[in-house]
Each structure stands twice: as structure tokens, then as C-alpha cells.
Design a protein around this ligand. Structure first.
Ligand code: NA7
Length: 538
């Protein structure tokens, strides 16, 4: 593959998570290009390096929350259970980095501060926290959707708190001991819901500060029988084929039926079965109209509310935990382990912030409009400046010095979530406007598509590849159409930027299916990268 000696490397990759590690392997070992990964953290793993809070676990089943590109890797790695815990995923990614000898081309503990496209010679200048500059022909971001941009709300007095305070996305590496302590958790998204039952087991008393009650489906985590794993290993080709062309990156589809055409008894039976199986099947393996017809959606929402009512013994607490202001799946579906059961313990108190909002944090604890709650530790499970935040924290400038931050001030616009008009030779793995679901499946797809595009560009003796503004405009409209098509379109959460005060609201994902998206990307490639302008520098 013809690289270039004009630059330090051919490809700079930002981030050493699932995306960056595979991108490096692909461009270096398959295409033979010179590449470097620059990673702010002191270790590989991305999200799974940073999110070490108690109970951190993946919501995708372990055997599909991994790479599929290497048959040997698939066959040799032993997952311990249905859902992998954070340390296990981190161990897996470290194993990948070592197995494919990636570490020698990864610069850890180095933050990309700025990346500037040079109009004069079609290259990128990447400025790092180490004070140096790396020049490159291509810039590929593997910055992830969330972990690089934790969000701490501006609560008055937070910095006056004299106890321990941690954001879940920046959890200390040494264990935090909650035994015998009074702990407050702010936030009941996926993270809070995972952490709360685990912290409750240790703490003397746990106060949960809830602003928006959420739907959660039980994980039903269990260890995996060796025989079951062997069966999965033998069937991997079929499993990946399904996952790649599915709705959300999982190897199953909805049941093909309408919830509205079924009798109430059938609906109840189906939901009960899926509830017992646990996990995302309840959302994506259920009726075909669950996410597209509000009447079908209401049936699922009522079912979950009934479950909360049955599980939580105190009716007042149960009522407060009942989601009411968004459809089921309108926010990121939550998978839990004993979350609602936790509220049956005497040493757990739910504080409903809709009734009594937080006024301030004091040196001793949290003051709401109705009471002072003394605490020894506060856990901020308050989420992330999702999808665009990891980009806007870097000073990226494209052609004519235009800043990406400014381009995206009213919401991001991309072509296929892979490229941005005005930012030549820059590609994004899972950028805004791409699909959301079982992410390793998206990541592998993006990495392979980007590598093929770079390969094809270089083979054709071209220097620059750039999304055309009109193709980007068409894609933005398509993203919006798909968001409007589903009743569970963004409902005021990080899905559309609503969780960050002042952030522009716009759909951050393509809510069509993984299959539809993959087809579109394949069509673009087969039509000679339609929608991209490719040129040689004279
Ligand atoms: P989320 O899903 O954004 O949840 C953040 C939570 O923090 C949510 O319950 C918020 O309430 C709450 N929050 C945020 N700001 C405040 C203030 N100021 N006061 C009280 N409560 C607040 O983040 P997660 O980390 O749980 O999950 C992010 C993704 O990580 C997850 O979806 C997975 O894909 C992995 P709100 O709902 O806004 O009322």
C-alpha cells in the first residue's frame, strides 16, 4: 500500500478503546500503513478503562460484545458469564492489544489537544499534551460515545462537600470502601441503576436522588455453561451474520408479529417469557411494533410498571419509581440486577427530586427543598456530554481553519456518521449520525469501511477524500426521518443532547436498523464512494 514519507505516519488514530485498537490492527497489519494510536488514559480499554464504578457491567451478552474479525480470538477467549463485568472486558481488550502486538504503536497518557487540517498539502497536524506534533495523511477518531466526556452538573456547593465524591465515569483505580458509610447517589440512568444495588449492599445507608424514573428490564445474569459456550463457538458464523444485519447489533430479531393483533393473554405471556430471559430481548426481540406504534409501546410500558408495582413493597416508593413521561425505549433501555428490589431494604431511601429538588450541596451532605441529608460520600452517576462531547473537547479544525465545534454548535451534521464535509481525510468510528446498539458490531463495521475507503483512495493515487455537503445534508434528513418514524424517538435524554444544559437538541443517532445502515454504507462504497469527493493534490 503506498503510504507517504511526507508525514510522520499515514494514520493517526485517537483513542485506544474497541475502535482504536481494531483500527490500528486494520491499517497497520492489513493495509501495511504506518499508524499511531494516541490515548489520553494510562492504559488501553477506553470506556472500560475509565468506567470502574461498583457494578459496572456490559448490557450486551458477552459472546457478542467482542470482535468477530479473528476466528482464533473468538475461539480462544473464555467469557465467564452471560454479561461481562468491567474488569473482564478490560482484560479482553488488554489481551487483544498484546495478542496483535498493538502496544508498540500506542502512545498512552497522551491527550490529543488539537488536530488541524493543512490545506496546503492535505495532511493533518495533531498536537498532543506531550507538547509535540504528529503529522499524518489521515485522522481517524475512536473517541467513543461517552467516556471521554463525563458530565458533572453545576450543583451549588458541590465543591464544598467535605466527604468523598466521585463521578462514575472517573472512578478511582483503588477500591472505594462504602462500608458503614452514608452514601448518596445522584442519577438513575444505566450507570446509577447498575451501581445502586451494589453500593446499597455495602453502605450503612444509601439515599438515591432520582429526577426521572426509568424503565428497567432484568438482566438475569448467570454464569455460562461450558457446553453452551462451545455451541456458540461452533455457530459463530451464523451468529455474526445475524447480528450484523439485525435491528440493533444482536443476533436476533423481533418476533415478526404485532402486539396489537395479539390477545391480551398472548401479549402478557410473550412479555413474561422475555422478562424471564432478561436483557435486551425484551426490547429488540419482542413485537415488531413495540418501538414504532405507541399503542404497542404502551402495552410494554404498562407491563414494566406492573412489575415495579409487584416488586417494590412500599406503594409510595413504587409510585415514585414509575416512569411516566417517556415511552418505553425512548431513553436508552436500562438492564438491571435487583434494582427495584433494592428499595425494599430499610437502609435505602428514594429521594424524589421532582417533589423536592436539590437546592445545594453543603459540606455535610445534600440539601433539598425539604430536608438536609447528611452524607459521607456522594456518587455522581450523572452521565456524559454524549456523542459530540468527546469531539468538542478536542480543537479540531478542517479546511480554511473552520472549527468542528463551531460547525456543530446547532447539532452535529455528518455523512453516514463517518465523515464531515469540510474535514478532508478525517473519519469517525461511531460518529454522530451512525447507528446505536451493540457497539462492537458497529465499530468493526466502521473500521473495516474506513480502512477500505483509505485503501481504495490510495490505490487510485488520490490524496484527499472528503464528504460532499449535499450528501451530508441528505444523510441528516434521513437521520431525522428515521428518528421521527419511531415512537420511541429521542425523549429528552442524552440520545438527543437534552441532558446537557444549553446543548443543541438534535438526533445523535441513525435510528434505522443496523442492516439498513450497513446496506447504505455498502452501496456508497460500491458506487465508488458516492457522496465523497476524492482528488489528487496537484
Ligand atoms: P444518563 O443515562 O445520562 O443518566 C444520568 C442520570 O443523572 C439521570 O438519571 C439524570 O436525570 C441524572 N442527573 C443529571 N443531572 C442531574 C442533576 N443536576 N440533578 C439530578 N439528577 C441529575 O447517564 P448514565 O451514565 O447512567 O448512562 C449513560 C450511558 O452509559 C448509558 O446509557 C449506557 O449506554 C452507558 P434525568 O434523567 O436527566 O432527569
Amino acid at each position: 500500500m503506498p503510504g507517504s514519507s511526507r508525514t510522520d505516519v499515514d494514520v493517526v488514530i485517537v483513542g485506544a478503546g474497541f475502535a482504536g485498537l481494531y483500527m490500528l490492527h486494520r491499517v497497520r497489519d492489513v493495509l501495511g500503513l504506518r499508524a499511531v494510536v494516541i490515548e489520553a488514559a494510562d492504559g488501553v480499554g477506553g470506556t472500560w478503562y475509565l468506567n470502574r464504578y461498583p457494578g459496572a457491567r456490559c448490557d450486551s451478552e458477552s459472546y457478542v460484545y467482542c470482535y468477530s474479525f479473528s476466528e482464533e480470538l473468538l475461539q480462544e477467549w473464555e467469557w465467564s458469564g452471560k454479561y461481562p463485568r468491567q474488569p473482564e472486558i478490560l482484560a479482553y481488550l488488554r489481551h487483544v492489544a498484546e495478542r496483535f502486538e498493538l502496544l508498540r504503536d500506542i502512545r498512552l497518557g497522551t491527550r490529543v489537544e488539537a488536530a488541524r487540517y493543512q490545506d496546503s498539502d492535505g495532511t493533518w497536524r495533531v498536537e498532543t499534551s506531550a507538547g509535540d506534533v504528529v503529522t499524518s495523511r489521515f485522522l481517524v477518531t475512536g473517541v467513543g460515545l461517552l467516556a471521554a466526556a463525563p458530565y458533572t452538573p453545576d450543583i451549588p456547593g458541590l465543591d464544598t462537600f467535605t466527604g468523598e465524591c466521585h463521578h462514575t465515569g472517573r472512578w478511582p483505580h483503588e477500591p472505594v470502601d462504602f462500608a458503614g458509610r452514608r452514601v448518596g447517589v445522584i442519577g438513575t440512568g444505566s450507570t446509577g441503576v447498575q451501581a445502586i444495588p451494589v453500593i446499597a449492599e455495602q453502605a450503612a445507608h444509601l439515599h438515591v436522588f432520582q429526577r426521572t424514573p426509568q424503565f428497567a428490564v432484568p438482566a438475569r445474569h448467570h454464569t455460562v455453561d461450558r457446553a453452551v459456550l462451545a455451541g456458540i463457538r461452533a455457530d459463530y458464523d451464523a451468529i455474526w451474520a445475524k447480528a450484523k444485519w439485525s435491528l440493533s447489533g444482536f443476533p436476533w430479531q423481533h418476533n415478526g408479529r404485532s402486539a396489537l393483533a395479539a390477545t391480551p393473554e398472548e401479549v402478557r405471556r410473550t412479555f413474561e417469557e422475555l422478562w424471564e430471559q432478561g436483557g435486551f430481548r425484551f426490547v429488540f426481540g419482542s413485537y415488531r411494533d413495540l418501538l414504532t406504534d405507541i399503542r404497542a409501546n404502551d402495552l410494554a410500558a404498562d407491563f414494566v410498571r406492573d412489575k415495579i408495582r409487584e416488586t417494590v413493597t412500599d406503594p409510595d416508593t413504587a409510585a415514585k419509581l414509575m416512569p411516566f413521561d417517556h415511552p418505553f425505549g425512548g431513553r436508552r433501555p436500562i438492564i438491571d440486577t435487583h434494582y427495584f428490589e433494592t428499595y425494599n431494604h430499610d437502609d435505602v431511601t428514594l429521594v424524589d427530586l421532582r417533589e423536592s429538588p436539590i437546592k445545594e450541596v453543603t459540606p455535610q451532605g445534600i440539601r433539598t427543598t425539604t430536608e438536609d441529608i447528611d452524607l459521607d460520600a456522594i456518587v455522581l452517576a450523572t452521565g456524559f456530554d454524549a456523542v459530540t462531547g468527546p469531539f468538542t473537547r478536542i480543537d479540531i479544525t478542517g479546511r480554511d481553519g473552520v472549527a468542528l465545534r463551531r460547525e456543530w454548535a446547532d447539532g452535529p451534521s455528518t455523512y453516514l456518521g463517518l465523515a464531515v464535509a469540510g474535514f478532508p481525510n478525517m473519519f469517525m468510528v461511531t460518529g454522530p449520525g451512525a447507528t446505536f446498539g451493540n457497539l462492537p458490531v458497529s465499530i468493526e463495521h466502521h473500521v473495516e469501511w474506513i480502512a477500505s475507503c483509505i485503501e481504495d483512495t490510495l490505490r487510485n493515487g488520490l490524496d484527499v477524500v472528503e464528504a460532499r455537503p449535499e450528501a451530508q445534508q441528505d444523510w441528516a434528513e434521513h437521520v431525522r426521518e428515521q428518528a421521527d418514524r419511531i415512537v420511541t424517538g429521542p425523549s429528552g435524554s442524552w440520545y438527543d443532547g437534552a441532558n446537557i444544559p444549553g446543548k443543541a437538541r438534535s438526533p445523535l443517532f441513525f435510528f434505522g436498523s443496523f442492516g439498513l445502515y450497513r446496506q447504505r454504507c455498502e452501496d456508497v462504497a460500491t458506487r465508488g464512494y458516492a457522496g465523497f469527493e476524492r482528488r489528487a493534490l496537484v
